[in-house]
Each structure stands twice: as structure tokens, then as C-alpha cells.
Design a binder for this molecule. Structure first.
Ligand SMILES: NC(=O)c1ccc[n+]([C@@H]2O[C@H](COP(=O)([O-])OP(=O)(O)OC[C@H]3O[C@@H](n4cnc5c(N)ncnc54)[C@H](OP(=O)(O)O)[C@@H]3O)[C@@H](O)[C@H]2O)c1
Length: 232
């Protein structure tokens, strides 16, 4: 049975990744910060006996160690680094109002978190057939896309994620592991808000298609959910 592990899968697009792969009969390891509060995931688990829920705060070294122990010698076909934060969406971040603590916390989740989890599960991915890491980035991580002030923390965290992924591509290729770096579009989630044009189901359906037709040459390209290429 093919398997997938998703970070931040209690809501938004992470939950949708879990739903779509559960519906296709995959073994789904759904991770989130607070499993006891993840009602939607628990509901999914009740519907499918091949779905399990695991605690994983991507900033927690203890959680990472626990995941390494729990998944020892378990092959993993796809890892989806989905967990993300966009703190300044709810506050001021112009010069004079920058919250540097929130900026550091943003890096800890959006940049370091994805690398930590990938590092932890590298051996599991290497043992699988598909051997794919999906990294959910943002068009806001495109330096070419910056046309205004604001969003310093989010933009720089995703640009740094993109840079880190370029390095990972080379190291993971040694184990035959590919990396799909993808912007999901503007999506109606708590982060994206209600005005966004895409539903989580639409976005994840497109990203899943990219994952399904992934080839090693696609590793590290900066994709939009629809398969077009974004500028760095
Ligand atoms: N929505 C958009 O338009 C859009 C556009 C471009 C890129 N993205 C990216 O898409 C990804 C998913 O976003 P979304 O729109 O689905 O956002 P969302 O609905 O706000 O969900 C974010 C998820 O990340 C989790 N998370 C936050 N901090 C975490 C941590 N330290 N450890 C583990 N999980 C953590 C949240 O868990 P809690 O419930 O515990 O907070 C939640 O499950 C993110 O990487 C985001 O940057 C979104």
C-alpha cells in the first residue's frame, strides 16, 4: 500500500491532502500540532482504517525525535511539507511596526520546519517506491514577484525555503528522492481567506496531479499548482 505523511493536516489544504489520499486507499499518516483537537481528522480516521493521526509540531525537536522513533523502518512514498504560518497577514509589518519575534517564528515553521521533517524522514522516503517530497511554497517566495512593501516575514521565509530546497534537491538525489516545490494558488483556507478564488479541493487536485506525474527532472523547479513555472 502506498503511503503519505502530511504536516499541518488538521485543517486547510493539509486536511484536503489527507482526504484525497485516504479516498484513494493510501496509507495516510496525518500529522498536526494538537491531535486531541483535530475533529475533522478524527472523523476521517473513523471513515478509513488506513488513516492514523500523529502529533507533530514542525518546530519541536522532541516531536521530531518521536516521529523518527515511531516511523523507524516504515517506508514512506510521499512527504508533504504543508504546515505554514502567515502571522503578519493579521498585523502591521511596515517599517516602525515590524514584529521581529513573529518573523523568527515564521522562519522556524515555514523554512526550518520543512527541512527538519524532510531530514527526519529521509531514510523512510529512500525505502519507498515513489520517493517524493512535496514542499508547499508560495508565489510570495518569488523575489521577482515583490512589487510592494509588507509581508517581509512570510515572503522571506518562503524565499529561504525555496533556496533551501535547491540544496536539498542535490542531497536527496543521492537516495533517488525527488522534490516537488509548488505554489498552491490563492486558496480559501484560514490563511487564504474567503475571497480566494480556489477551493482547497481544487488546489490539492491539481497538486496531486503534479505529484502523480512527477519525474526526476522536475525536482526543484518552482511550480504553480497548474503546472506552469514561476520565476525565482
Ligand atoms: N491559502 C493560500 O492562499 C496559500 C497560498 C500560498 C501558499 N500557501 C501555503 O499553503 C500551506 C497550507 O496553508 P493553508 O492555506 O492550508 O493554511 P491554514 O488553513 O492556515 O493551515 C495551516 C496549517 O499549518 C499548521 N501549522 C502551523 N504551525 C505549525 C507547526 N508549528 N507545526 C505543525 N503544523 C503547523 C496549522 O496547524 P494549527 O491548526 O495547529 O495552527 C494548520 O494545520 C502553507 O504552507 C501556506 O504557506 C497557502
Amino acid at each position: 500500500m502506498s503511503s503519505i505523511l502530511i504536516t499541518g493536516s488538521n485543517r486547510g489544504m493539509g486536511l484536503e491532502w489527507a482526504r484525497q489520499y485516504a479516498a484513494r486507499g493510501w496509507r495516510v499518516y496525518a500529522t498536526c500540532r494538537q491531535p486531541e483537537e483535530a475533529d475533522d481528522l478524527r472523523g476521517l480516521q473513523r471513515q478509513h482504517d488506513h488513516v492514523s493521526v500523529h502529533q507533530l509540531d514542525v518546530t519541536s525537536v522532541d516531536h521530531i525525535k518521536k516521529i523518527i522513533r515511531e516511523f523507524k523502518a516504515t517506508p514512506l512514498d510521499i512527504l508533504v511539507n504543508n504546515a505554514g504560518v502567515y502571522y503578519e497577514r493579521w498585523g502591521k509589518d511596515k517599517l516602525g511596526g515590524i514584529d521581529y519575534g513573529a518573523w523568527q517564528a515564521t522562519f522556524d515553521v515555514n523554512t526550518l520546519g520543512a527541512v527538519r521533517v524532510t531530514e527526519a524522514l529521509r531514510a523512510n522516503l529512500a525505502q519507498s517506491e515513489k520517493r517524493l517530497v512535496v514542499v508547499i511554497t508560495s508565489h510570495m517566495g518569488s523575489i521577482a514577484d515583490i512589487k510592494q512593501a509588507n509581508d517581509y516575514a512570510y515572503r522571506s521565509s518562503k524565499a529561504a525555503l525555496n533556496a533551501a530546497v535547491q540544496g536539498l534537491v542535490h542531497e536527496l538525489a543521492d537516495d533517488g528522492i525527488g522534490v516537488l516545490l509548488v505554489h498552491p494558488g490563492w486558496v480559501r483556507t484560514r490563511m487564504g481567506g474567503s475571497e480566494a478564488p480556489l477551493s482547497a479541493a481544487e488546489s490539492v487536485t491539481h497538486m496531486r496531479a503534479l505529484a502523480e506525474r512527477f519525474r526526476p527532472k522536475d525536482s526543484g523547479r518552482f511550480y504553480r499548482y497548474d503546472g506552469s513555472i514561476l520565476p525565482w
